[in-house]
Ligand binder design. Structure first.
Ligand code: SF4
Ligand code: SF4
Length: 367
């Protein structure tokens, strides 16, 4: 009974990444227990792209390998209605607190530990770390495994893990041909099951700029930039919708926050991730691991320390980033006057801790 494995391609044409993808495809294509498919970068896929339709059509367990933090990949898929219980990988995730300067950000334990199955934070099984607005959406009875291709350079590590998962999986046989018959353009979807052909086709498309559109399977995939909400953390506090002045956020019929107009977000700007009190907003392409989906906090301690040296707080930085985008749009800046004072005003004062003592000591020294 084959297991469905989906490899989400890296953005750009990094030879090492392409090599790893090719090795995985080659090894898994000859494995009778696995159906491997190669799709463009998950983050860049529009909802109506055939690869996303393909992903939504997979009825059983699925293993997704991408060049993204697992938490980011998981919630990108969730937004596109590719949902399931979190499958736990036994692969080690490389931890690294340093910020990266290239397109492969440093990472810190991005193993997707906060999926819908997470009971560590509030113990209610709904996965909402703050316990105020549990994610009540039904979760299909299957598992979604997200593996980070940046963690290991050896294809064998992933192949062994995929085989381990496939062996323990009880997923139903994916009836591919029945599915393809129901699709308006079966030849396109079929291509996702012939990844070696797709790899060759893309290798020959050398005239394209790395940062521009990439043809995939006859369809254009543009690089995109938009926030992804981690609903295991989101408390539905609405600070993001108050803060964003570009119409990106909206509400679903039940009043839950959602990223409604993904492509209205301003490329390269992560401002709202800095104002989210739950660290629930992920920009998978950002170079800062905590913003790109690694576990950890976006602001707090690091920002507090940076203030010692006169750097702006996370919220001040977010306001500046927002102002830059407002000016680019020919609008007036608003600074801290819109969208953020509510949280600052309402934020309960934390009990004194060692950091406060440190700051007081430094103040006393009049540095
Ligand atoms: S600010 Fe964060 S926690 Fe609040 S609604 Fe937005 S994503 Fe959810
Ligand atoms: S980054 Fe800026 S434009 Fe994009 S959603 Fe956040 S606040 Fe809105």
């Amino acid at each position: 009974m084959p297991t469905t494995v989906v490899i989400s391609q890296a953005q750009g044409k990094n030879p090492a990444k392409q090599q790893l993808e090719a090795e995985l495809v080659a090894a898994l294509s000859s494995d009778g227990n696995v159906e491997v498919s190669l799709v463009p970068n998950l983050y860049d896929l529009a909802a109506d792209h055939s690869a996303m339709q393909f992903l939504r059509s997979i009825p059983g367990d699925v293993i997704v390998l991408s060049w993204l933090f697992p938490r980011a990949a998981r919630w990108i898929l969730d937004r596109q209605n590719v949902r399931g219980h979190e499958g736990v990988s036994l692969l080690e995730s490389k931890s690294d607190d340093e910020e990266s300067t290239d397109e492969s950000p440093a990472r810190k334990n991005g193993n997707g530990r906060h999926g819908p199955d997470d009971t560590k934070k509030n113990g209610n099984g709904n996965g909402n770390g703050h316990g105020t607005e549990p994610d009540l959406r039904p979760v299909p009875n299957r598992k979604v495994y997200c593996l980070d291709l940046r963690d290991h350079s050896d294809a064998k590590v992933y192949i062994d893990e995929i085989r381990r998962i496939a062996n323990e999986s009880s997923m139903p046989l994916f009836d591919l041909f029945s599915f393809l018959k129901t699709q308006p353009q079966p030849e396109r979807l079929e291509k996702y099951l012939r990844p070696l052909d797709l790899l060759a086709e893309q290798k020959s498309a050398t005239s394209l700029d790395d940062d521009d559109d990439v043809p995939a399977n006859g369809e254009v995939v543009r690089r995109r930039w938009y926030p992804v909400i981690d609903y295991s953390r989101c408390t539905n506090c609405m600070e993001c919708i108050d803060f964003c002045l570009f119409g990106v956020y909206g509400l679903d019929p039940l009043g839950s926050i959602l990223v409604e107009q993904q492509d209205s977000c301003k490329k390269g700007c992560p401002a709202c991730s800095r104002v989210c009190p739950a660290n629930a907003i992920v920009f998978p392409g950002h170079k800062t691991p905590a913003i790109a989906g690694a576990d950890g906090e976006v602001g707090d301690v690091k920002i507090d320390l940076s203030r010692l040296f006169g750097a702006p707080s996370a919220v001040e930085l977010a306001a500046r980033e927002r102002d830059v985008e407002l000016v680019r749009d020919g609008r007036d800046t608003v600074g801290l006057s819109i969208g953020i004072p509510k949280r600052l005003k309402d934020k309960p004062k934390k009990p004194r801790d060692e950091l406060d003592d440190l700051i007081d000591s430094l103040d006393a020294m009049e540095l």
